[in-house]
Design a protein around this ligand. Structure first.
Ligand code: URA
Length: 228
């Protein structure tokens, strides 16, 4: 896709392309309650060990229907850890997260804040495709969560962006809806977490695209202010 087409696409979504220095933060962001039982695993392991453990995982029933686990992709030293819900059919086939239409939109959203996929790390709350594209069950999310926490521990991102309610609820140990979780700085093991809509939702609901863009700008502002 060339730049002009990309700009048109973003404009149609109500997204202004981000330019350094143009971000306006919400006046004051409430901080959510700390979540007690998300503690990082000890001892901290290696990336290779974690990948080797995830690949043949049979800890939940999702292993029965998957083609392969989808560990995540991008920069393992990224500032941004982006967490979606679960691999879909395309991701299951290719072993890479967010490669379908929702993934295309995610790529464009990242470009709008001057990031490409190789600069961030993208993964999901669960690493295997749920059958028939159903939402992962809470037990599956719980079972897979240790992998996510270990990814966080190894990457040490400056910010975590939760895409959609499954990721947000998994990361924050809550059952609050997106509407309650957006616009706040949550934390997971001292890393700020910002919640926004899942790109698949944005493909269906244009009304929420501007809100998602506000969330991205909010996240940009947090990362700008964040000291490692
Ligand atoms: N939706 C997700 O949540 N994750 C993917 O990897 C693809 C689609």
């Amino acid at each position: 896709m060339d730049n002009a087409t990309r700009l048109q696409y973003l404009e149609a979504m109500g997204i202004d392309v981000w330019l350094p220095g143009t971000v306006t933060a919400p006046k004051q962001a409430p901080v959510s309650d700390a979540i007690a039982d998300n503690t990082l695993p000890e001892p901290i392991d290696s990336w290779e060990a974690l990948q080797a453990e995830v690949a043949p995982c049979t800890l939940c029933g999702l292993c029965e229907n998957r083609t392969q686990t989808v560990f995540g992709s991008g920069n393992k030293n990224a500032d941004w850890l982006i967490v979606g819900e679960a691999p879909g059919q395309n991701e299951d086939r290719q072993g890479v997260p967010f490669v379908g239409k929702a993934g295309q939109l995610l790529t464009e959203i990242l470009r709008a804040i001057d990031l490409d996929r190789e600069q961030v790390f993208i993964t999901n709350a669960v690493k295997c495709r749920p059958p028939d594209n159903r939402e992962p069950k809470s037990t599956e999310v719980e079972t897979c969560k240790a992998y996510l926490l270990r990814q966080q521990a190894l990457i040490k991102p400056k910010i975590i962006l939760a895409l959609g309610h499954v990721a947000a609820q998994a990361l924050l140990n809550t059952d609050e809806p997106i509407a309650e979780l957006r616009g706040k700085i949550h934390t997971l093991n001292d890393t700020p977490v910002v919640v926004t809509y899942h790109p698949a939702h944005l493909l269906r609901s244009s009304l929420d695209k501007r809100k998602a863009w506000a969330d991205l700008k909010f996240a940009m502002q947090i990362i700008k202010n964040h000291q490692r």
